[in-house]
Write a protein that binds this ligand. Structure first.
Ligand code: ADP
Ligand code: NI
Length: 221
């Protein structure tokens, strides 16, 4: 159960994040945050053990505010979130836990190998990854790729392996390549039991989508 004060903090944080991200064209807009928050709450309700719902919800709300893609530098992003949290009298443990999750959960082309130690971190990371796959994940990938003026698909290009973060962000890929460079890998990287179950279903949907895509591409259907 959240306290009255925690509910107020969450409400104000929601408004802050909404204002920051509402117009983001790259698939990291406010509705991505809202979906991740709802998924995190859904997973937290079903997972076993003691879960700090306040930390979960705050980390879900703030998880993209510090992102390197949306700030001049990662340090700038981190400062932004720390400043926001310092408005409230959170315990040291709460703010450190939230910061730890936000700073370490990003996928970064698979180069980010930090395993989040807290159950709250595992849940929020799973929620963020789930929003990258399935029907929503496909839509976000197409939107992101379009926002970077990239092609949907180019059969002469092959998906790359073992990317460095520079290569991952270099823009040499198409939307379809991104399925192989990230989306299809996520189901095996889920942390929680509930997250894994949800990921299996979304993964199967993407495989069906790709089969249909290639058949239509070749004019077979
Ligand atoms: P993270 O923030 O976890 O490092 P990304 O920013 O790489 O992850 O990805 C967030 C979402 O943005 C992806 O799931 C995908 O939908 C979209 N995206 C990121 N990079 C690309 C890309 N190169 N091509 C298409 N979509 C992308
Ligand atoms: Ni995110």
């Amino acid at each position: 159960m959240l306290t009255k004060m925690q509910k107020i903090i969450i409400k104000e944080t929601e408004e802050y994040v909404y204002q920051l991200l509402k117009d983001d064209p790259s698939g990291h807009d406010w509705w991505h945050i809202q979906r991740v928050r709802n998924l995190a709450k859904n997973i937290a309700e079903k997972e076993q053990g003691t879960i700090d719902l306040f930390v979960c919800e705050m980390a879900a709300l703030l998880h993209d505010v510090a992102d390197g893609k949306l700030n001049k530098t990662e340090a700038d992003g981190e400062r932004k979130v720390r400043n926001w949290l310092s408005r409230y009298s959170l315990t040291e443990k709460e703010s450190e836990e939230i910061m730890e999750i936000i700073l370490h959960m990003s996928y970064k082309g698979g180069t980010n190998k930090v395993v989040l130690s807290s159950i709250e971190g595992k849940i929020v990371q799973d929620a963020d990854r789930l929003d990258a796959i399935g029907a929503i994940g496909i839509a976000r990938t197409m939107a992101y790729s379009g926002s970077k003026n990239r092609l949907i698909h180019d059969p002469s290009k092959e998906a790359r392996d073992n990317l460095t973060i520079e290569e991952y962000r270099s823009g040499e890929d198409t939307a379809i390549m991104h399925f192989y460079e990230k989306l299809l890998k996520l189901k095996d990287e889920m942390n929680t039991t509930v997250g894994k179950q949800l990921a299996e279903k979304r993964h199967a949907y993407m495989e069906d989508y790709l089969n249909e895509f290639y058949a239509e591409w070749d004019g077979e259907r």
